[in-house]
Design a protein around this ligand. Structure first.
Ligand SMILES: [Zn+2]
Length: 66
């Protein structure tokens, strides 16, 4: 499916902070480890924020339902 890049940094700071801290890492199997290098994109009906786990560096993604 096609991905359309969006500007994560145009979100309000408080919202950015929330997305950067409220994560789930599949590798660590733990919530809220945080992510770095966030990028946001739309894929079909979904909006995803993808970054790297603060602990292990694996890709973590948060899916938003609009
Ligand atoms: Zn991790």
């Amino acid at each position: 499916m096609e991905r359309t890049k969006r500007d994560f940094f145009s979100r309000p700071a408080a919202e950015q902070q929330e997305f950067l801290t409220q994560t789930w890492c599949d590798k660590c199997q733990q919530p809220d480890l945080g992510m770095t290098d966030p990028t946001e994109y739309a894929e079909g009906e979904k909006v995803l924020i993808e970054g790297k786990c603060c602990r292990c560096g694996e890709v973590v993604a948060t899916e938003l339902i609009d």
